[in-house]
Design a protein around this ligand. Structure first.
Ligand code: PLP
Length: 430
């Protein structure tokens, strides 16, 4: 299969697209043509790695990575995505059972499994540079920690991620370097973009990205929606609808792609925090990106959802796009009230991101069976969740282990020359 840019014809193989991140014309890579699969194609496939491999096989056709697809899926999908039944046809699809307790572990581990194979035997180490508002950096750090010939440099806005997120980012060590930037997430992202577009720097320090525009993260995220929908269809003979907490639109787009490919997925409801660019568009307004607003659901503090360009590629007519999906913006006050309400009704805690989708779904009172994507473990956001529910939220074992390690992040100004100096000086691990 060939991959093209949303902005032109630039064609690439899957491996080339995964290694490059962004297309040369600044667009995002998309498949030349989406494959279609039938339910029978999944006959006998019940485990997450098997369903993932079946779903991803057409995308890997003719690629150098094709023979390794089963092994890549086994490595990336080695933790479960269970459904928790909340009654009344509502479920939580728990995506936070990976090493850093957020759904991004799936995509980051898949990308790492691909890049490890693609870089085998390369002369210079590759530096994965990533800007994060918390969860991406941890997932990428965890996925690439200890991988030979690869180095990770994480930039995060100092003081603007949760204390546990900050600890996690600095706790990997070895080939994973955390930089706390005196600036906002947008500053971090601008620094990373500039480095990735700096050909002169890249001649000395080969760089790649691992942000949510990476195909190597986007495609595998279809898999857990496919498994949840297949399980539900096999048990109940009906499609499953999804409500998804949304920032850069990577996770929700994966669900939408899985539906286009033919999985038994019904409606897809997008829930954002107060950053309401998508809800404003779906309510009939123009697509109008703005600077991000800080909210309790910080991993969704996005003012310019990067994957919107892919959604428009998928459904080029804006009116048709508006008819296809709903999007709801949820305030911090409603996030707080929802965390309390779920605790009162069900006696367990949800994270602030998950709360946006629970609220959005409740506010619409829709028919059918719905799964809410639970994107992070509430223990990652204990400083928000614990005061609301009045109880201690224990960290899952993998997260507790990371939090027990020492943590170190180097301070850097939001200044490009300082970043370049750091990238050139840091000892390159091999
Ligand atoms: C990244 C993240 C999101 C948003 O996902 P996108 O793919 O950027 O839309 C939601 N919740 C959590 C916990 C996240 O880490």
């Amino acid at each position: 299969m060939r991959f093209i840019s949303t902005r032109g014809q630039a064609a690439a193989t899957l491996s080339e697209a995964i290694a490059a991140g962004l297309a040369p014309d600044g667009g995002l890579y998309v498949p030349e043509k989406l494959p279609t699969l039938s339910l029978e194609d999944f006959d006998g496939k019940t485990s997450l790695p098997d369903i993932a491999a079946t779903l991803l096989r057409p995308f890997f056709a003719d690629d150098v990575l094709a023979p390794a697809l089963d092994a890549i899926c086994a490595e990336a999908f080695d933790f479960p995505a269970p459904m928790r039944d909340l009654g009344d046809g509502t479920f939580l699809l728990e995506l936070f059972h990976g090493p850093t307790a957020a759904f991004k572990d799936f995509g980051a581990r898949f990308l790492a499994a691909c890049l490890t194979r693609l870089r085998a035997g390369a002369e210079k180490p590759l530096t994965i540079i990533v800007a994060t508002s918390g969860d991406t950096g941890a997932a990428v750090g965890g996925a690439f920690h200890g991988v030979p010939n690869l180095r990770v440099v994480i930039l995060y806005p100092d003081g603007r991620v949760s204390p546990r997120q900050a600890h996690q980012l600095g706790a990997f060590g070895d080939n994973v370097h955390a930089l706390r930037v005196a600036g906002s997430f947008d500053d971090c992202q601008a620094l990373v973009k500039r480095a990735l577009n700096d050909a002169e720097l890249q001649a000395r320090v080969p760089l790649s990205s691992a942000n949510s525009i990476s195909l190597g993260r986007l495609l595998p995220q279809m898999s857990y929606y496919a498994k949840a929908a297949l399980d539900h269809f096999r048990a109940h003979g009906e499609t499953l609808n999804f409500a998804i907490p949304t920032g850069n639109l990577g996770n929700a787009l994966a669900c939408i792609l899985a539906r286009h490919i033919g999985l038994p997925i019904g409606e897809v409801l997008l829930a954002t925090n107060a950053n309401a660019v998508l809800p404003a568009f779906f309510d009939g307004g123009d697509y109008a990106p703005h600077a991000s607003i800080a909210t309790l659901a910080n991993a969704m503090d996005v003012g310019a959802p990067s994957n919107f360009e892919r959604l428009r590629w998928l459904v080029p007519n804006d009116d048709q796009l508006r008819e296809s999906f709903r999007a709801i913006s949820v305030s911090d006050a409603d996030i707080q009230a929802t965390i309390q309400d779920v605790w009162d009704r069900h006696l367990f805690a949800i994270c602030p991101h998950t709360a946006t989708a629970v609220f959005a779904l409740d506010s619409l009172a829709l028919d059918g069976s719905w799964a809410v994507a639970a994107t992070a473990h509430p223990a990652k956001f204990e400083s928000i969740v614990e005061p609301l529910v009045g109880a201690h939220i224990a960290a899952p074992p993998a997260l507790a282990e990371l939090l027990s390690r020492p943590s170190r992040a180097d301070p850097v100004p939001a200044d490009y020359a300082a970043l370049v100096a750091m990238l050139e000086q840091a000892p390159e691990q091999s």
